[in-house]
Structure formats: C-alpha cells, structure tokens
Design a protein around this ligand. Structure first.
Ligand code: FAD
Length: 283
C-alpha cells in the first residue's frame, strides 16, 4: 500500500428529501467520520432543484465540526443567485466547492440552460479569488457527450486553466482506464491531482442501468458474474465488497492520491471497504 499518511479520503452524499432521511444520514455521517475524511461532499440538482436541501445538508455536516463541500452548477440560475449562495457558503466557513455543469433533472427544461463547468470555475475565481478549493469532474472512460477522447481531456485542461485545484473522477471498474487517462492528462501538461471516484456495488440492476447513461462502463465479466446471482442480494453485496476492495488496492498501490466514495448515503459497504484497505481510524 502506498503512503497512507498522504491519502485523501472523501465521501459523497446526496441531500435527503425527508426529515427521516436527514436523521439517517446524520448517523451515516458520524459512522464515516471515524475514517477522518478530508471532506464530505453533497450533490446538487442542476437547475437548483436541491438548492436548499444541499445547503441544509452541508451546514448540518459543518455543524458537527466536519468539513463539507457542496456540489454546485449554474443550471438556469442567475449569476446573482449563484454569487449569493457562494457568499452564504463562505460565511458558514465552507472553503471547498465541487464545480460542475450538472445534468438537468427531467422536467426542468432543456440542456440549453446548462453552463460548462469551466465557466463556473472562472466565475468563482473572478468573484471569490482563492477563497474556495475547487474540485471538478473528470471522466477516465470519457463523458458520454464528449466529441472525442482528446476533446474531453482538453476541456478538463480548460477547467484547470480556469482555476480548478483538483478533480474527482466518474466511477469505473477498470483501473487501466484510470491509469491510461492519468498518463494522457500528464502528457498534456495537467499536473493537478485526479482522485478516483469509487462506487461500491449494492444494487447491481440499478447500477447497470445508471452506468449506461453516465459514462461508466461495467466490464462484461463483472456484469455476467453479478447477473448469475439473480435476486441474491447478499451474494451481490459480498462480491461487490471484494471486487471494489481489490480495485481500491490496485489504485492505491499504483499511486492514486486518495479515494472519493459515492456512498449512496449508506455507511456500509463503504466502511467495510475502507476497513479492508487498512485505512480505519482509531476506534
Ligand atoms: P463539463 O466539464 O462542463 O463537460 C460537459 C460536457 O461538455 C463534456 O462532454 C465535455 O467534453 C464538454 N465540454 C466541456 N466544456 C466545453 C466547451 N467549452 N465547449 C464544448 N463542449 C464542452 N451532476 C449533478 O447534476 N449534480 C451533482 O452533484 C453531480 N456531482 C458529480 C460529481 C462528480 C465527481 C462527477 C464525476 C459527476 C457529477 N455529476 C453531478 C454529473 C455531471 O454533472 C455530469 O456528468 C454532467 O453531464 C457533466 O458535468 P461536468 O461538470 O463534467 O461538465
């Protein structure tokens, strides 16, 4: 395992819709805090559909004395709205933003409202200088709308040129895709850290459906193996933990600078995987 001291762990949540969901997430957060993550991030519905909920979730994490990073995208919001939201975040001591173009939720209008992430990064730097550490998204298996592999890396470069500090990747199950992507980024002069995004496997059918739309490939062998379990959820989860632990080991052993977990608001299996990796904090 590479130097554990320097590894950056982060955990992603989505904002719950109900009071019960918030209560449950609070426990999940306490549980995962044991691993001393650099931050917890909270997703944002482009078009502002989760604005207050994202903000509320971020503030409640911050109130626990933990670091929280809201995701943000312009969606159809005005510059004044986004500026006001960022000012509120600053006033609450938030110093990290995950800056995205976002995807419009269905029923929120067309993609014509979307603003590219590099423009959001530029906007934040223009109005807030270096008050925020800015994370952006990267796609080792290439964003589904990208014109080409090279074009997608060029646009990632554009986000760094605009002032992003680091990137978090879409999830993937083929570590070669990540390392090849890193090499291509380095060859083009990108020097900033690119943290692999890790999606634990719990509900395989949902994951397979979701992956088709977001630029993440499920390798054929993995799909076949999981499908052979049918409705045996425990078998899916057990193999999922084993395979994702192996994936993380391969990533860390080969120099990945840390791991960002898409927790789906569940403490397990992320906690099991982090423990398997020997990254558990003090009990
Ligand atoms: P961009 O970097 O703007 O790129 C979008 C597409 O346009 C790419 O195909 C790119 O190649 C192309 N492109 C970029 N710039 C230009 C340009 N100037 N001209 C022409 N083409 C260009 N979605 C949400 O809705 N909410 C979230 O909270 C959220 N969190 C995420 C967190 C992570 C770590 C990741 C990896 C993804 C997340 N997403 C989220 C999904 C993301 O919003 C979608 O993948 C979205 O389609 C692209 O967002 P982006 O910031 O990568 O876009």
């Amino acid at each position: 395992m590479s130097n554990e001291q320097d590894l950056r762990l982060s955990f992603e949540f989505f904002p719950p819709k109900t009071a019960a969901g918030h209560e449950k997430l609070s426990h999940v957060c306490d549980r995962l805090a044991e691993f001393a993550p650099a931050f917890f991030s909270v997703t944002y519905g482009a078009g502002g559909s989760t604005r207050d909920n994202t903000k509320g979730t971020v503030f409640s994490i911050k109130e626990k004395g933990l670091q929280a990073a809201p995701h943000l995208s312009f969606g159809g919001d005005s510059e004044a709205d986004i500026k006001a939201l960022l000012s509120e975040y600053r006033a609450a001591g938030i110093d990290r933003i995950v800056a995205l173009r976002g995807d419009m939720p269905s029923g929120m209008g067309g993609a014509s409202h979307l603003v590219y992430a590099n423009q959001l990064v530029e906007f934040i730097r223009r109005h807030f200088n270096d008050q925020f550490h800015l994370e952006v998204a990267a796609y080792p298996e290439i964003h589904p709308e990208a014109k080409s592999y090279d074009a997608d890396i060029e646009f990632l470069q554009g986000k760094f040129d605009a002032g992003a500090n680091s990137a978090i990747t879409q999830y993937f199950y083929n570590p070669d895709a990540y390392f090849y992507f890193l090499e291509q980024c380095r060859q083009r002069g990108i020097t900033q850290p690119i943290y692999p995004g890790i999606m634990p496997i719990t509900n395989f059918k949902n994951l397979a459906r979701f992956s088709d739309n977001c630029g993440a490939e499920i390798p054929r062998w993995l799909r076949k193996r999981m499908e052979s379990f049918g409705d045996d959820k425990d078998a899916v989860k057990a193999l999922g933990v084993e395979l994702v632990t192996e994936l993380c080991e391969t990533l860390l052993d080969n120099g990945a600078p840390g791991l960002h977990f898409y927790t789906m608001n569940q403490a397990e299996p992320t906690a099991t995987i982090v423990r398997n990796l020997g990254l558990a904090g003090d009990d």
